[in-house]
Design a protein around this ligand. Structure first.
Ligand SMILES: Cc1cc2nc3c(=O)[nH]c(=O)nc-3n(C[C@H](O)[C@H](O)[C@H](O)COP(=O)(O)OP(=O)(O)OC[C@H]3O[C@@H](n4cnc5c(N)ncnc54)[C@H](O)[C@@H]3O)c2cc1C
Length: 399
């Protein structure tokens, strides 16, 4: 017998920084309605997630953002709570830059390294995991559903009341909710048609059926947000090889534009592991990523759920190219290293993003948060946090 569809006051799509911060923010403002949080990935984090391995319990690789910076005079309120519970700790670097002549310089202004620097304590995903803990400690029902792709959005109007039914790929109902919040652009953007072969843009279809001009305007703006991609090479180095990497005078290396042109790499982070090994993550330049957009990391759960076609030989070619660039640039060998690829199709949104006046469309009982909201912090974790706090504030009187 099919099981009954769960009901919730609020469904949040996405357990990245903004989705988790929204749950924490609503709870800290005293709202105790039921929340259903749905996420494609295996755990919370989104673009600030950490990769683990069942076979290798000591392994953790921050395969998206390795740190975050807070520039605002008045930081997001949640920052204090996160620091107090040791979910985040100061990022101490050091950060250096490298030019095409391989000259090491001081940190350069790239938008991610000024202000106060933080990292997830122990791993970047602690930021999101602890935001969820914070939300759950304060009471109210919060159900987290990982490994769950929301594929269709079905709004339904009964008399004056509106409800949203979220469906999976097969059209099965995942949840029915009074209010919906989308924290990513996947369901609103034509990229899902181009990349995953979807025959519709779920939010566009919903907006059309609701005939809500405000939602139509929000959807159109979300659909027009371009983004830069990033192909990330993740390597794990055994202890013997790790010592040379750990002795480098930097933990985060920024490549200047000329260096990016020469090696196709944008940034490199060295991430020490507890057992003396280290992980190294080399983020590709936007140009390299644009040339290899259709090559996925086969271990990405999102790629698997989205049925991205596996391409083992193409993946090996990309891994080889990035590994070669990394050894050329650092002049350090990668012998004995385990390699993985993580392709972020929409790593960094390009301004202007969604205008905050579209953050909530009350007639359609829907809201938006994420680093794609225009304003300070756009395209960064700071923006994801502050967009969630602003949305929570606005939703309080409506939920
Ligand atoms: C390689 C890389 C390096 C970065 N470096 C930095 C840095 O140094 N400093 C910094 O501040 N920021 C950095 N960023 C950006 C930062 O990671 C983002 O700004 C931030 O994580 C965005 O959070 P978000 O919640 O807005 O979006 P996301 O993290 O994208 O969260 C959206 C979530 O929704 C889920 N989702 C989307 N659609 C669906 C669906 N249909 N069904 C179910 N789940 C869905 C996604 O899986 C995702 O987890 C970096 C990003 C990348 C990729």
């Amino acid at each position: 017998m099919p099981s009954a569809t769960p009901h919730a006051d609020l469904a949040i799509v996405g357990a990245g920084v903004s989705g988790c911060a929204l749950a924490a923010s609503l709870r800290s403002r005293g709202w105790r309605g039921s929340i259903e949080l749905l996420e494609i990935g295996r755990g919370p984090g989104g673009r600030a997630a950490t990769r683990y391995s069942r076979q290798d319990p000591d392994l953790r690789i921050n395969h998206g953002a390795p740190l975050f910076n807070i520039r605002a005079q008045t930081p997001p309120r949640l920052l204090n709570a996160l620091a107090q519970r040791a979910a985040i700790s100061p990022f101490r670097g050091p950060i250096r830059s490298l030019d095409a002549e391989r000259t090491l310089g001081s940190a350069i202004e790239d938008g991610f390294s000024d202000g106060t620097l933080w990292q997830g304590h122990g791993a970047m995903d602690q930021l999101c995991a602890q935001l969820l803990e914070l939300a759950m400690e304060q009471g109210g029902s919060l159900r987290r559903r990982f490994g769950t792709l929301v594929r269709h959005l079905r709004p339904e109007r009964l008399d004056a009341a509106l409800s949203w039914t979220l469906q999976d790929d097969a059209g099965g109902a995942l949840v029915k909710a009074r209010w919906l919040v989308l924290s990513g652009t996947l369901l609103a953007h034509p990229r899902s048609q181009q990349v995953f072969g979807w025959d519709d843009i779920p939010l566009e279809q919903a907006a059309r059926s609701l005939a809500d001009p405000e939602l139509e305007a929000a959807q159109a703006q979300l659909a027009s947000i371009d983004a830069q991609a990033s192909c990330n090479l993740l390597v794990t180095l055994p202890q013997e090889a790790a010592s040379a990497w750990l002795a480098l005078p930097w933990r985060l290396l920024q490549c200047t534009p000329t260096a990016q042109e020469r090696w196709g790499l944008r940034r490199i982070s060295v991430q020490p592991l507890a057992d003396g090994r280290c992980a190294v993550v080399a983020e590709s330049s936007p140009a390299f990523a644009a040339d290899h957009l259709d090559i996925y990391g086969s271990r990405s759960s999102a790629a698997q759920l989205l049925r991205a076609k596996p391409g083992p030989s193409a993946e090996t070619r990309v891994l080889d190219a990035l590994a070669q660039a990394l050894t050329d640039l650092t002049e350090l060998p990668l012998e004995g290293a385990a390699r993985q690829l993580m392709r972020w199709g929409a790593a960094f949104p390009i301004a202007p993003g969604l205008d905050p006046s579209h953050r909530v469309c009350p007639a359609s009982a829907i809201g938006f948060c994420g680093d794609n909201l225009s304003g300070d912090g756009f395209g960064r974790i700071e923006g994801a946090l502050s967009s969630a706090e602003a949305l929570a504030e606005e939703l309080l009187e409506k939920l």
